[in-house]
Design a protein around this ligand. Structure first.
Ligand SMILES: Cc1cc2nc3c(=O)[nH]c(=O)nc-3n(C[C@H](O)[C@H](O)[C@H](O)COP(=O)(O)O)c2cc1C
Length: 325
């Protein structure tokens, strides 16, 4: 399939794997890229720029295809060494950067000068327009359904994507709630040039995370996510587990007085224990409503091939058939 996104990123299929903390390692990024999509290494999961340089080198050994690095701009007090990470990205020959969180304007000139394409992930039309204005090449429009941080506007993709299509000039992909050929074809119909998936790619053979995590997502339905940290305006969609229940109970108890420190043990530093050790209730971890559409753990190639062939079928038979009728 040829779209503005396959052309921009020089990939075969318009399918992107979004950056995911402690999931987006070289193994997953290379598997997605080798399958014709765009895989993504999560920059900040690597503790230092030198670690990121090693992970990029590893990925370069595993694939000849383009892959991306995610740079998430966190609302933290102690800022990570972003210039160092950017240097590792440029020196590693990375072709695409997915930015997320705060406005990436501080790193954009360096990335653009190095010929790197930038896709900014955000949850509103106004932030998408800002990304376009500062010179991003594309946007990943992340709806309310998404795993991770959906923002505070709560606009689902059935509204957000056509709104983005009405306003944006640069190409965009859908993100949040995307899982299969139906997602892709619907996204294309609403004006997107491809789709970005997070939770779906966690349930692949190559995702280098504990089997318990994959099993939990397969077992979960669309009813099994919750929003935490809304009182802190740092809303995160997570799987409902014991830690989620503890956090929500604390949020209820403290009300408007809630401080980050009140929930710290359940939200900070828990990803390695969940993703690597499979300790499922140690803390909260991002998961999308799309868990309800995930029932298996294929390889990335099986997943992407299935999506593309079913998308062809959907377009050529179901939709074309209706058109003729
Ligand atoms: C476990 C997990 C960790 C994530 N970590 C990050 C991250 O570090 N940076 C980021 O920009 N997005 C992160 N995301 C968001 C994804 O890149 C993607 O935008 C989101 O998962 C899309 O929604 P979906 O899960 O419904 O496909 C994460 C998502 C999940 C599920």
């Amino acid at each position: 399939m040829k779209t503005a996104i396959t052309e921009l990123f020089n990939i075969e299929h318009p399918i992107i794997q979004g950056g995911m903390h402690y999931v987006g390692f070289a193994e997953l990024a290379a598997a997605v890229s080798n399958a014709g999509g765009l895989g993504t290494i999560t920059g900040l999961t690597q503790k230092t720029p030198a670690d990121l340089a090693n992970e990029i080198a590893k990925c370069n050994d595993m694939t000849d295809k383009p892959f991306a690095v995610n740079l998430t701009f966190l609302p933290t007090v102690a800022s990570p060494d972003y210039p160092g990470y950017v240097k590792a990205i440029i020196e590693g020959g990375v072709k695409v950067v997915e930015t997320a969180g705060r406005n990436p304007v501080q790193v954009l000139p360096y990335l653009k000068d190095a010929g790197i394409k930038v896709i900014h992930k955000c949850t509103s039309v106004r932030h998408s327009l800002k990304a376009q204005e500062i010179g991003c090449d594309a946007v990943s429009v992340d709806g309310f359904e998404c795993g991770g941080h959906p923002g505070e506007d709560d606009i689902p993709n059935m509204i957000l994507l056509p709104r983005a299509a009405d306003e944006l000039e640069i190409p965009f992909v859908s993100s949040g709630g995307q899982a299969d050929a139906r997602s892709l074809v619907a996204s294309l119909a609403m004006g997107a040039e491809g789709m970005n998936m997070g939770t779906r790619f966690m349930c692949t053979k190559e995702a280098p995370i504990h089997q318990n995590v994959k099993d939990a997502i397969v077992a979960a339905s669309e009813l099994d996510t919750r929003l935490v940290m809304r009182p802190l305006r740092n809303t995160e969609r997570v799987l409902n587990n014991k830690a989620t229940k503890r956090v929500l109970a604390m949020e209820k108890e403290k009300g408007a007085d809630l401080q980050f420190d009140d929930i710290l043990p359940d939200v900070a530093g828990v990803y390695p224990k969940v993703m690597m050790d499979g300790d499922m209730d140690i803390g909260v971890w991002s998961c999308g409503m799309v868990a309800g559409l995930i029932n298996d753990v294929p390889t990335c190639k099986e997943l992407i091939d299935r999506i593309m062939s079913e998308a062809d079928e959907l377009i050529a038979q179901r939709l074309k058939g209706m058109n003729a009728a």
